[in-house]
Design a protein around this ligand. Structure first.
Ligand SMILES: Nc1ncnc2c1ncn2[C@@H]1O[C@H](COP(=O)(O)OP(=O)(O)OP(=O)(O)O)[C@@H](O)[C@H]1O
Length: 235
């Protein structure tokens, strides 16, 4: 079976266009891969580039050099050079992402926010809604909130909607950017169970977890992103 995610010789710097084009090098020569059923954690000090790596992998940030190879059915696609339509197809079918904060859409009920990625994969409305309710119940979101838009929910409630939305599909690659940051101990334990179930299902997981307990419970391996620290002068 092909490795679901291979990152090869990736470099990234930000160009500050409003600061006379000053370049801020972030990471250089990033190399790693994530196997099916493995949970790899990105570690290292604040500002070293952990979130930037996840954002490049999801196609949110451009890549200056290198390749990010994703297995898509019987093909391998380089998301670093893929066109926007391919990036959207990869997000629908292959690569999921739980961001730190939920991006709320006005007037859309929490249960619909959660069901949406499954419906985008052409699951039936009924099956998607049933699975969305199961996940919201597992994550202890009070049932009275399910039909309300999450914009006014607490930070932890919004994050649980976000997690349910990220975990509802069977994406072969799942990126997690501090999914437990706003959760209490009981809900952190639920997320650990959800991550373990994904590993058993053969999903390749890559995450950032500041909570040492969660990290210890799910990580097969930690990559210290300081290894890829870019050295360079601001130009
Ligand atoms: N969109 C952006 N434009 C300019 N600089 C950015 C941008 N995103 C990130 N950076 C810079 O890149 C560096 C790495 O940031 P990043 O958020 O990837 O670090 P991190 O390791 O995830 O940090 P933390 O653990 O604090 O979340 C930082 O110096 C940050 O200021």
């Amino acid at each position: 079976m092909a490795t679901p995610l291979v990152v090869s010789e990736v470099s990234k710097s930000f160009t500050m266009h409003l600061r006379s084009g000053v370049k801020l090098p972030v990471v250089d020569n990033v190399n790693f891969s994530v196997a099916a059923g493995e949970c790899v954690v990105l570690g290292g000090p604040s500002g070293v580039g952990k979130s930037s790596i996840l954002k490049m992998l999801y196609g949110n940030y451009s890549v200056n050099e290198g390749q990010i190879l994703i297995t898509h059915g019987d093909r391998t696609v380089d998301i670093a050079s893929a066109d926007p339509r391919m990036v959207l197809a990869l997000r629908r079918d292959v690569i999921g992402y739980v961001s730190q904060f939920l991006r709320t859409v006005p007037r859309v009920a929490a249960v619909d926010v959660v069901a949406e990625p499954l419906i985008a994969q052409r699951a039936s409305q009924d099956a998607a809604m049933t699975r969305a309710r199961e996940l919201l119940a597992q994550l202890n979101l009070p049932e009275r909130l399910w039909s309300l838009p999450p914009a006014t929910f607490s930070g932890g409630e919004q994050q649980r909607v976000n997690i349910a939305r990220g975990f509802i599909t069977s994406h072969p690659v799942l990126l997690l950017d501090e999914p437990t940051a706003s959760l209490d101990a009981a809900n952190r334990a639920v997320v650990i169970d959800l991550i373990r179930a994904k590993k058993e299902a053969g999903v390749a997981l890559l995450g950032i977890f500041h909570d040492a307990e969660v990290r210890a419970a799910v990580a097969d391996r930690t990559i210290d992103v300081s290894e890829f620290r870019a050295v360079g002068e601001a130009a």
